[in-house]
Design a protein around this ligand. Structure first.
Ligand SMILES: [Zn+2]
Length: 307
């Protein structure tokens, strides 16, 4: 039955993919059409290409990429696109089949495939999938987006020099951001460097910048936290005297609120230290709606609550 169902889904998908998409681009607009999945991937394209390409970012503020399914509108955009950039490493779990099919007819790049694979984490309980949250380790993320400018240059040679220059400038700004993060985290007393969040999106961040990271859920949000996860987190926080936990903009906060309540029942005071952007950036048009702004917001929030 399960096999039949997936066969039906695949057939429906191929009809959608081979069918003509709606061209959302205005008449006479000959720019290269680019689709990016997450805001983080989209930010790299926007900073490197500016308005020289027609960019569509599929997942806006507050959207969870682990659970995201393509809409009819998304399929139209993907059909029309010249280039598709996605995170990969199983982050956009429910879109993987679509991208595999698209790759036979157009340029499809999983930026996560470009990082040094020996640096990937393979957490227990993740069914052999790597941890996909590579963007909070700036050294890994620089590797991931390092080829965006070359891919765009190949699609649109007229603007190749601009893409390469902007790619270099973007890389420089990510390197400077990494130095700033290192300096900020160093201001937190060592015994307070424990980051507790709803799901496990910050392990690479913790490994690079020296924080002990605990997520209530695993690296995906597909499996919800159970009573056992909540109880053991309450014990951990009480035993270690940890004062703050952090909610995420793309994950419901109820399980983490249950942890705070559980701690209070045990007589240990824990507060919500603030909201972090984990798998989605802030609203477009605000500082937190850029990748650099998102990282700065997170680090400032963490430092203020833990210092
Ligand atoms: Zn995640």
């Amino acid at each position: 039955m399960k096999f039949l169902l997936s066969l039906v889904t695949l057939t429906a998908l191929s009809i959608l993919i081979s069918g003509c998409g709606n061209n959302n681009q205005g008449a006479g607009d000959t720019r290269v059409r680019v689709v990016a999945t997450t805001g983080m991937v989209g930010d790299a394209v926007r900073m490197i290409a500016g308005d020289k390409v027609d960019l569509t970012v599929m997942m806006g503020a507050g959207v969870d990429p682990h659970l995201y399914k393509a809409t009819k509108g998304d399929i139209d955009h993907l059909n029309d696109a010249d280039v598709i950039f996605y995170n990969g490493l199983h982050l956009e779990a429910k879109l993987t089949d679509v991208f595999k099919k698209m790759a036979s007819v157009k340029t499809v790049v999983a930026v996560g495939d470009l990082i040094d694979s020996t640096q990937l984490r393979f957490p227990a309980g993740a069914e052999g999938h790597p941890d996909p949250h590579i963007w909070f380790d700036l050294i890994l993320w620089r590797q991931a987006v390092s080829r965006v400018s070359e891919v765009l240059a190949a699609e649109d040679p007229v603007h190749a020099d601009l893409y390469r220059a902007n790619g270099k400038a973007y890389d420089d700004s990510l390197a400077a951001l990494g130095d700033w993060v290192t300096a900020q985290i160093a201001t937190i007393p060592e015994e307070h460097r424990v980051l507790v969040t709803a799901h496990d999106a910050f392990e690479y961040f913790g490994r690079r910048y020296g924080l002990d990271v605990r997520g209530l859920q695993g690296i995906s949000t597909v499996t919800e936290a159970g009573l056992h996860d909540i109880t053991s987190m309450v014990d951990f926080l009480s035993e270690h005297g940890i004062k703050a936990v952090f909610v995420e903009s793309s994950v419901p906060r109820n399980t983490l609120e249950a942890v705070v309540g559980g701690c209070q029942e045990k007589g240990h005071d824990v507060t919500i230290g603030g909201q972090l952007y984990s798998d989605a950036m802030g609203r477009a048009g605000t500082p937190d709606g850029t990748f650099l702004g998102m990282v700065r917001h997170n680090v400032n929030t963490i430092v203020q609550a833990l210092r």
